[in-house]
Design a protein around this ligand. Structure first.
Ligand SMILES: [Zn+2]
Ligand SMILES: [Zn+2]
Length: 142
């Protein structure tokens, strides 16, 4: 497990005066140690091994906290969470999802589609974030 990601989160909380509560820290560690995107229910299950009887709202608020601060992404089609594999401050993401093994690769290789860029330039639309999910087969499974 690469701890620099957790270190980054610790520093982020210190610098921005966010309280790094035990549920917050553990929720992030659980998501980070999961090889594949993990559902909120499973995060809670794992959290209950570390913390006795964690309150589900506490766990869900911790998930929301890391999502809001872009340390984790929600993969909408899987209803699951994964840590950001890139600079956590980007506002949108592209995810390649393997239909066979469920691996998700965060990709920043494709550009934001030109047609949307133009719409934003013409102020037809104000962009906050985006989430592009692409399904297929990963290298290992193909
Ligand atoms: Zn990311
Ligand atoms: Zn696969």
């Amino acid at each position: 497990m690469n701890n620099s990601f957790i270190d980054k989160a610790v520093i982020f909380c210190e610098q921005n005066k966010h309280r790094l509560t035990l549920p917050r820290l553990n929720v992030l560690k659980i998501i980070h140690s999961s090889a594949k995107p993990i559902k909120a229910y499973d995060i809670l299950k794992k959290l209950s091994i570390i913390i006795r009887n964690p309150h589900p709202p506490t766990a869900y608020r911790a998930i929301e906290f890391w999502k809001r601060h872009k340390f984790i992404h929600r993969i909408e089609s899987l209803n699951a969470y994964c840590t950001c594999k890139s600079d956590h401050l980007h506002s949108g993401g592209q995810f390649l999802i393997c239909n066979d093994c469920g691996t998700v690769i965060e990709s920043h290789l494709c550009n934001f589609p030109e047609v949307f860029k133009n719409a934003i330039k013409k102020k037809m639309f104000t962009l906050s974030n985006w989430n592009l999910e692409i399904n297929g087969t990963c290298k290992k499974c193909s």
